[in-house]
Design a protein around this ligand. Structure first.
Ligand SMILES: NC(=O)C1=CN([C@@H]2O[C@H](COP(=O)(O)OP(=O)(O)OC[C@H]3O[C@@H](n4cnc5c(N)ncnc54)[C@H](O)[C@@H]3O)[C@@H](O)[C@H]2O)C=CC1
Ligand SMILES: CC(C)CC(=O)C(=O)O
Ligand SMILES: [Mg+2]
Length: 354
């Protein structure tokens, strides 16, 4: 098929398993592009620990400029023990790029296709289908810090406007799903959470067709692993969303399965798996690239290539159902072999459709 649509994507492989999983995501998108009539112009840039080693800062100006100029950004993961304790770390680079691109909304979906892959009892995990909508550029991660040997503090701050805009994202997402938002906070203790709850409740008035309830984060953490089917969209702030979404990954069976989209007001979105750089398995070709491929599917959705996005998801689901499983899911498949299996299924589906 000829390529009549073209996109520019900045790839930031990053550190640890980042380059391994990103390689497979890029190859999967290329296979889907060949099958569905579009072409991606990829450019690769240093970001994270690798950028510290080569250039000094974790987010070099040239990397940020390339991201701003792209239609989308595909990120692997950053971080690792060798950069801990530096003045600038891979993680400060990650926060900086989210802020610089205005990516205030982080969407992290998880669906249980096969409850047998979940470490939870099948009766608990079966049917779970949850979207975490996490505020990404406010809260504790971005507040003023005091870092001393005897005392330290991190300021948690939210404004009405910051809560309103992420609440709208969650309510709109719920309209396309099962019409329920659970806002998660710690309003029994935190002033920011009380503001959060008031603002979310006010925004809910614009969405009479969406049901809203509120939960404290401690209870939500328990409910996520004891009764996850009660949730549709979970709306929450930055730190709580970071923690709850790792817990969410237990439902389908592995953190290696989940992708995410970080979106702002119209500029390029950034798409990444929810996991980190996994230094414990880096370089061994045993990471699951499924989360990175799901992130790439979310990117294709955002670019309007929804059929190709569906092809990626179907290929991943078929590969796993067919027994191609990386060690995190109890299998022996290599990261590269899983990627090849996904590409094979994308090609096969295209041949059937032709
Ligand atoms: N978006 C990003 O770039 C993120 C970066 N990090 C950074 O990553 C580094 C490592 O952090 P950790 O706390 O160890 O979290 P992690 O998510 O990297 O790893 C946690 C556990 O999950 C496993 N795991 C992660 N991804 C996997 C995959 N695709 N397939 C199979 N198993 C996988 C790892 O082997 C490890 O046992 C740190 O420097 C951290 O700051 C952490 C989270 C997000
Ligand atoms: C490494 C942190 C800055 C972020 C994180 O853990 C995440 O976004 O999941
Ligand atoms: Mg995290």
């Amino acid at each position: 098929m000829t390529s009549d649509r073209a996109y520019t994507v900045a790839v930031l492989p990053g550190d640890g398993i980042g380059p391994e999983v990103t390689r497979e995501a890029v190859a999967a998108v290329d296979a889907a592009g060949a099958a569905h009539g579009f072409h991606v112009r990829w450019s690769t840039h240093d970001f994270g620990g690798v950028a510290i080693d080569r250039h000094g800062p974790p987010l070099p100006d040239a990397t940020l400029a390339a991201c701003r100029a792209a239609d989308a950004v595909l990120l692997g993961a950053v971080g690792g023990p060798r950069w801990v304790g530096g003045a600038e770390t891979p993680e400060t680079g990650l926060l900086a790029i989210r802020k610089a691109l205005g990516l205030f909304a982080n969407l992290r979906p998880a669906r249980v296709d096969d409850p047998a892959l979940s470490p939870l009892k099948a009766g608990i995990a079966a049917g779970a289908d949850v979207l975490v909508v996490r505020e990404l550029t406010g809260g504790l991660y971005f507040g003023d810090k005091v870092e001393g040997d005897e005392e330290a503090s991190d300021l948690c701050r939210y404004s009405r406007g910051e809560v309103e805009r992420i609440a709208h994202v969650a309510f709109k997402a719920a309209r396309d799903r099962r019409g329920r938002v659970t806002s998660v906070d710690k309003a029994n203790v935190l002033a920011t959470s009380r503001l959060w709850r008031r603002v979310v409740t006010a925004v809910a008035a614009d969405y009479p067709d969406v049901a809203l309830d509120h939960m404290y984060v401690d209870a939500a953490a328990m409910a996520l692993v004891t009764g996850p089917t009660r949730f549709d969209v979970i709306l929450t702030e930055n730190l709580f969303g970071d923690i709850l979404s790792d817990a969410l990954s237990v439902l389908p069976g592995s953190i290696g399965l989940l992708g995410s989209a970080s979106l702002g007001d119209g500029g390029p979105g950034m798409f990444e798996p929810i996991h980190g750089s996994a230094p414990d398995i880096a370089g061994e070709d045993r990471a699951s690239p499924a989360g990175a491929i799901e992130a790439a599917a979310m990117m294709l959705d955002q670019l309007g290539e929804t059929r190709a996005a569906g092809a990626l998801r179907q290929a991943v689901a078929e590969a796993i159902a067919g027994g191609v499983r990386t060690p995190d899911l109890g299998g022996t498949a290599r990261c590269s072999a899983f990627g090849a299996a996904v590409r094979g299924r994308i090609d096969a589906a295209a041949r059937v459709a032709a």
